[in-house]
Each structure stands twice: as C-alpha cells, then as structure tokens.
Design a protein around this ligand. Structure first.
Ligand SMILES: [Zn+2]
Length: 336
C-alpha cells in the first residue's frame, strides 16, 4: 500500500507533468511587417539560428532576421518532450522551420555545427543555403592554438593567435560571393604568411593581399619555416574537418545579433534561477519584445554631434579589447 510520502511524490510528479505539458497561454507572433520585409527581400532571407545553451529542463531556440535585426520566432522545448535534453536544440530548430514554411518564407541558415547534419539533409535539398557561423569556428581554432602554444617550441603561436583569428574573419568578409575555393585558399595562405612567405601559387589566391612589407611591418616574430611551431600550426589550420567548415563560412551575416539577444535573455531569465515552463517562456517573450523594440537604436552622440564608442573586454577575447559603438538608451515602453 502506498504510504503518504509516496502519494505526495506521485502528486508532485503528476502536477509537474500537468503544468509543464500545458501549451503556453500566449505565443510569440512577429509583426506582419517583419514577415513582409523578410518575404519581399530580393534573395532568400538570412535567418540565424542558435540556442543559448541548454539546461536540463529546457532548450530555447531563436531565429533572427539579421538584416533588420529582429527576432522572428522563438521556441522553448522541454527535455521531457524529446529523448534527452541534448535533443532540445534540434527540436526547436524543426519547429522554427515549420513556422517559416507555414509563412512561405525561404531561408538561408547560419548555424553552429550542432545542427549541421539535419540542415544539410533536410533543408539543403529544398534550396536552403547553409553557412557556418565564424564565431563558433573561431572559438575552436582559438582553443586549438592555445593548447598547442603551451608545447615547447610553439610559444610564438600565442603571439600570432589574434592575427590568425582576424584572418579567419577576413577570409569570409573579403569573399562576398562565398566562393569555397577562394575561402579555402585565403585561409591556407595564412600558414605561409606567418613564415614570411607571401607567394602561394595556384589561381584562387596566388599571393597575399597586403602591400609589400617594409620598415616596421617587417618587424614580426615570423615562424621559422620547418620549425615545430610552423609544423603544428599547419596541422591545426589544414585539418580536413576545419577546411571543410571554412569552405562554408558565412560571408556577411554572423550570429552577433544572436549573441546580443542571448545576453538579453540572461538579463530577463538569469541562469541561477529556476523557472516554470510558462515563467521561462514569458521571460523569453519579454526579451524578444525588448530586443525588437531596441535592436535598431541609433548611435549615441556627444554634445558636438560626434558618435560615441566604448572599449570593451569580452571574455572570449581573453584580455583582448574591442571597440563597440555606444547606442542610445533603450526604451521600455514603445514595444512594437
Ligand atoms: Zn603575407
């Protein structure tokens, strides 16, 4: 016979299940004007998709139209709805894609590698172009460089790390037609460049794009050709899987806006606090409303009309700095 403690436990589980299995009493609906803007574009809309990490209970998925910097769709998937919490991301993506198809919207997807297989197999045959987000690839290159720079004879790789990551961004940004052969050649030329070799042969990118190096520009810690550092750098940069990803880099649109949105989500729903499903979903909606109302704020200006910038030290730069424009103060009233 069930004792009182067991009964309480069963009731608790039942209530939990009942509560979380309820559909939310409201849903995120982007303004018609946003969808029209997306649909009226001359080429298929660029939709960025990513998940701000998942916890054991939920995984959220966001789609942002990068050209207008607005959230188009939000999904919150409970781990109880899928085989395990690691499936939340792909399930969220599937639901978002269903939403886009219902609106007759085409998409180019920029994702991280987690959902690449599904996008390649399910969406690409229907005409979706799939790109990889540079930020995620840069993160893995950075990690590999940091690990190798700790080995004896490879210390100089630490000095070259920021330039190598910049070169990764340049590889994509300087190839607006996203020609995979050119992107691969540009990326691989870096291994020569750091050894003070600037002619690379081939036709895709035969020599470096910079002018001849003279004076101070020559004063660099070039890697000795054939040295351990040069050999190991080649091993990192020319790894088959990485080169394959480089060929698919997103040339223009990045997931910066998603990263900004994810920071905003943490503002509305801090990670250290646990929320019910409806509570979490409500907070996501608030974050999306706030983002869409404030995403296109103008730059703040000084009293003389000069645009204002700030120096920031993002954690992923590991002590490095970036210049960011300062925006006007956000509104908390004018939600659209
Ligand atoms: Zn060069």
């Amino acid at each position: 016979m069930m004792d009182i403690l067991q009964m309480r436990r069963v009731r608790f589980l039942y209530n939990s299940y009942f509560l979380v299995s309820q559909p939310p009493p409201f849903a995120f609906k982007p303004a018609e004007s946003l969808l029209h803007h997306h649909a009226a574009s001359a080429y298929p809309g660029i939709v960025l998709s990513d998940s701000p990490g998942h916890c054991a209970k939920y995984g959220s998925y966001s789609l942002i139209e990068d050209r207008i910097n607005k959230v188009l769709d939000l999904q919150l998937v409970q781990s109880s709805e899928v085989p395990s919490s690691s499936w939340c991301e792909i399930e969220g993506l599937k639901r978002s894609v269903r939403f886009l198809k219902d609106q007759d919207l085409q998409l180019s997807a920029i994702t991280d590698r987690q959902v690449a297989k599904w996008v390649r197999e399910e969406l690409c045959p229907e005409g979706t172009r799939h790109f990889f987000d540079i930020w995620n690839i840069g993160k893995s290159v950075q990690k590999a460089l940091d690990a190798t720079a700790k080995e004896r004879g490879c210390e100089d790789l630490k000095l070259w790390r920021p330039a190598i990551i910049n070169h990764l961004y340049w590889t994509a940004a300087s190839t607006p037609n996203s020609d995979p052969n050119v992107m691969e050649a540009k990326w691989c030329s870096m291994v020569n460049h750091v050894q003070d070799i600037h002619e690379h042969g081939g036709t895709a990118f035969p020599h470096c794009a910079h002018p001849p190096l003279e004076g101070e520009a020559r004063e660099k810690e070039w890697l000795e050709p054939g040295s351990t550092a040069a050999f190991n750098l080649e091993g990192i940069a020319m790894r088959g899987a990485l080169v394959k990803d480089i060929r698919q880099l997103s040339p223009q649109h990045q997931t910066y806006s998603l990263e900004a949105f994810h920071s905003l989500i943490l503002h509305f729903a801090p990670k250290h606090t646990s929320f019910s499903y409806v509570g979490m979903y409500s907070r996501l909606l608030l974050a999306a409303l706030h983002f869409n109302a404030n995403g296109d704020r103008l730059m703040a200006r000084t009293s003389h009309g000069e645009p204002r910038y700030a120096v920031r030290y993002p954690w992923f730069r590991k002590g490095g700095w970036v210049i960011r424009p300062i925006k006007e103060n956000p509104t908390y009233v004018d939600f659209k």
